[in-house]
Design a protein around this ligand. Structure first.
Ligand SMILES: C[S@@+](CC[C@H](N)C(=O)[O-])C[C@H]1O[C@@H](n2cnc3c(N)ncnc32)[C@H](O)[C@@H]1O
Length: 264
């Protein structure tokens, strides 16, 4: 891997080249004022690091987990850690209009949407088997006929929607799995209206130093054991780079899980 930093005019660009074996070429350019160079470089490296590590991992195919996913996600651990409550809380920030959920999976959030105030719902995921489970759930919910819903097999990094289309964009536990969380969040921001909100419930890098170190050391093992979940997403750094501002945030489980309501 080669990391490049060069100064151009009044800005500094950082680029990251991953070697051939990863079969991927990733690059990210950022304009950073010289004054904040050191601070910003450290920040940039944490964002870049999350691409590099993931590009070297085999992509995890959720088709294999579709049938058993809900058993794990609704397990006693999840209830103990109250993740189901956080899912519900996340969706209380939806005020209506057109809603997109990326990485919708088997649709664990679907029953908690305020369908009565929504006009349209679109869920996207790359796994057709996960979408099939979500479709079954949607069919079994008694959703008001006035709400148009659709599930689409697509990647969050190439969303087939125009700019500024959605009132709310939802993602729960997706950034820890998506192969490129930076591009994913950038796409979410692109399709979200200026006065809309992006609702995130994510595994995140803890604000507590020791916990963060623990996450770093156990990262690869956790990714192997937990369906490719990289549990220390540098969420604050990603939001900062994408100029998304936080309206509300809440940390749980020593800061390793966070709920964010953000806007652009
Ligand atoms: C950990 S699961 C989370 C599912 C759901 N959001 C939830 O909270 O239960 C991650 C989901 O992201 C999907 N996924 C992975 N990469 C994706 C991509 N590039 N675009 C869209 N979905 C993706 C997987 O197929 C899987 O369904």
């Amino acid at each position: 891997m080669r990391l490049v930093a060069f100064v151009q005019g009044s800005s500094v660009c950082l680029g990251c080249h991953v070697n051939q074996t990863s079969k991927k070429y990733l690059s990210l350019s950022m304009t950073i004022s010289r004054r904040n160079f050191l601070k910003q470089s450290i920040l940039s490296l944490s964002v870049l690091n999350c691409f590099v590590e993931r590009s070297l991992q085999a992509e995890v195919c959720y088709d294999n987990y579709a049938k058993s996913y809900d058993n794990l996600e609704t397990s006693v651990w999840n209830r103990l850690f109250q993740l189901d409550r956080l899912r519900k809380e996340l969706l209380t920030y939806i005020s209506g209009g057109i809603v997109l959920e990326v990485g919708v999976g088997t649709g664990l959030n679907l029953e908690s949407y305020p369908w009565q105030v929504m006009k349209q719902f679109i869920g996207v995921d790359t796994s057709s088997s996960m979408l099939e489970q979500a479709r079954n759930k949607l069919n079994s919910l008694s959703i008001n006929n006035d709400v148009d819903w659709e599930l689409i097999e697509a990647s969050v990094t190439r969303l087939p929607f125009p700019d500024n289309y959605f009132d709310h964009v939802v993602d729960s536990f997706g950034l820890c799995v998506f192969d490129n969380p930076y591009l994913a969040l950038k796409e979410m921001s692109r399709v979200c209206k200026k006065d809309g909100t992006i609702l995130l419930l994510e595994h995140s890098s803890s604000p507590y130093g020791m916990v963060r170190e623990y996450q770093r050391w156990t990262g690869n093992l956790v990714a192997k054991l937990a369906k490719g979940c990289h549990w220390s997403v540098p969420l604050q750094d990603l939001l900062k780079h994408l100029h998304l501002y936080t309206i509300y945030q809440k940390y749980k489980l020593l800061g390793t899980v966070s709920l964010h309501v953000v806007s652009k």
